[in-house]
Write a protein that binds this ligand. Sequence first.
Ligand SMILES: [Zn+2]
Ligand SMILES: [Zn+2]
Ligand SMILES: [Zn+2]
Length: 263
Amino acid sequence: MTTPSTGPDLRVVLLGTGTSAGVPTLGCTCDVCLSTDPHNKRMRCCAYIETCGRRILIDCGTDLRTQAIANHITDVDMVLLTHTHADHVNGMDDLRAYNMVHRHAINVYGQSDSLDDLRARFAYCFRPAPPGGGVPQLTLHPIEADTDLVLEGVAVRPLTIFHGTLPILGFRIGRFAYLTDVSRIPEETFAALEGVEVLVTSALRRRPHPTHMCISESVEVAKRIGARQTWFIHMCHDLDHDATNATLPPGIALAYDGLSFDV
Ligand SMILES: [Zn+2]
Ligand SMILES: [Zn+2]
Ligand SMILES: [Zn+2]
């Protein structure tokens, strides 16, 4: 395959690194939920990327507004959707603030079944706006997995990964790849990840889970892909930041909210 190229710079900010319930988890009094270490505060997963003059979100999670304020995100051109579980799409309504300020619709790219799901769950966004407006202006674009695409000038390869039995999307942009909510990676996707320098992938907890890789599985995947640096996301409250990182091999670590890097 051809390696997608994005030009010289790609900046990534991991806006949220927690599992669906976030950490602290409501009602829980475990050590991690009560921890005062800011690295143990994990909002729902969402990533922000700047490349080729475009501002891209991967997913649009529940905590988007708080994350966008904290990270000074002044506009969004496009959203790449991995899948439509609530923790990955429940921030969609907050995109309307960008629509209002910048007077442009936001393009959302995802698998056609994900887009159908968005139309059903956010139906009010796709009806004529009521007097006074106030609904997000989203333009939905279906994309095919495992094809090299150029979206608004950015070379993107959507990758098939499995979340339990559900096929969802990971994304490769240049030498960066983002694979969240993954429990199994098909061989073709491993092939398409050759040459990735920085990998972000999910690691829920130490115990196995039917729809998410656990730490030992994620380490194995990270070693096989062989990126210079792998960051884990989508962690639950079982994992203390420092204690877990002390057990991980070099080049592999738990990420934290607000972590940013250039690729
Ligand atoms: Zn999730
Ligand atoms: Zn807890
Ligand atoms: Zn999910």
